[in-house]
Design a protein around this ligand. Structure first.
Ligand SMILES: Nc1ncnc2c1ncn2[C@@H]1O[C@H](COP(=O)(O)OP(=O)(O)OP(=O)(O)O)[C@@H](O)[C@H]1O
Length: 304
């Protein structure tokens, strides 16, 4: 497989604090690689290192086959666009003016291409509107347009949907899918919003306290996903008694709902619960989500 980015035992410490600990990950060409981890897991640190904003304390990374520390790497960085934390934009300029500044900064020969970029990120009708009057979603999309100015084929985004409203989230999703599928741009994206990430990502890296706990493709996640049924009942205690009597594995989700795992005969379940005086209000099949996989892998408690 061809990789756009790989890291090898990449480490970063701040004083005695180890923010990244011998992390080795692999971002395949053409993928949308989702970085998953709780606050402080090291996602932003990893992104800062790969973008050249900070230097590693140990280990290396390779971008398009060029190793960190290699002189050639700086040339290769042209192929990478990034939006790290809040995109820096000129508030009192329009989207087009901001892009012109970026083109000048990159030394691009003409402003040709700006209209196409504005169109691509859905900002072509913003005209004279200054960025300070943009919604957060518009600002984020402008950040992406700025990152795309040098025509990179690898885009790195740190929490691009953070704080966006539902409409903004959908627009961002559509944009990222378009960039990936129609423009063949590989995307590395960190996000807390797992449900949203699972609609985009083709690969995942799970980080915990600076370490890569697991790396897998979306296909592998799906294959390893446990099947379950979600039941909603009138009496959760009675449900627990019934499930224990049947020897089934389950997780209580709320005071009315539980997920039951494994092969289950619905008839046996109904009979057992009826014996306990428990009424089933709803029952539905479900595949394990990215969120529940994450919870199983990393647990729910916060280490901070
Ligand atoms: N410049 C710094 N000096 C000291 N500690 C830092 C510095 N930058 C980050 N850290 C610490 O390193 C750890 C990892 O931070 P990082 O920002 O990479 O986490 P993250 O996974 O991106 O989390 P979040 O989602 O909250 O941004 C945190 O505990 C953070 O406090």
């Amino acid at each position: 497989m061809e990789y756009v980015l790989t890291t090898e035992n990449l480490s970063k410490s701040y004083g005695r604090f180890q923010a990244l600990d011998q992390l080795s990950l692999h971002v395949p060409k053409g993928s949308v690689y989702g970085l998953v981890g709780r606050n402080g897991a090291g996602k932003t640190t990893l992104i800062r290192l790969v973008c050249g904003l900070q230097t590693p304390s140990g280990g290396t990374y390779m971008l398009y086959g060029k190793r960190s520390g290699d002189r050639e790497l700086e040339k290769i960085r042209r192929r990478v666009g990034a939006v790290v934390e809040v995109p820096s934009v000129y508030q009192n300029m329009t989207a087009e003016e901001n892009l012109k500044q970026q083109y000048l900064l990159l030394g691009l020969p003409s402003f040709e291409g700006i209209a196409r970029l504005l169109e691509l990120v859905g900002l072509s009708d913003t005209g004279k509107k200054k960025v300070r009057n943009f919604s957060l979603g518009m600002r984020q999309r402008l950040g992406i347009a700025l990152a795309l100015a040098g025509s990179p084929d690898f885009l790195i985004l740190d929490e691009p949907v953070n704080g966006l409203d539902p409409q903004g989230i959908i627009e961002m999703r559509e944009l990222l899918l378009r960039l990936n599928r129609e423009h063949q741009i590989t995307i590395l994206i960190s996000s807390h919003i797992l449900d949203e990430l699972s609609r985009l990502a083709t690969h995942y890296g799970f980080l915990d306290r600076g370490r890569l706990v697991k790396e897998m493709s979306a296909g592998q996640l799906e294959a390893s996903a446990r099947k379950s049924i979600r039941v909603e009942v009138s009496d959760i205690r009675a449900l627990v008694r019934g499930l224990d009597a049947l020897g089934l594995e389950y997780t209580i989700c709320s005071d009315k709902e539980a997920d039951i795992y494994g092969e289950i005969s619905v008839t046996r379940l109904v009979l057992a619960l009826s014996k306990e005086g428990c009424e089933i209000l709803q029952i539905r099949k479900q595949d394990e989500s990215l969120e529940s996989y994450y919870m199983t892998l990393l647990g729910g408690e916060d280490h901070e």
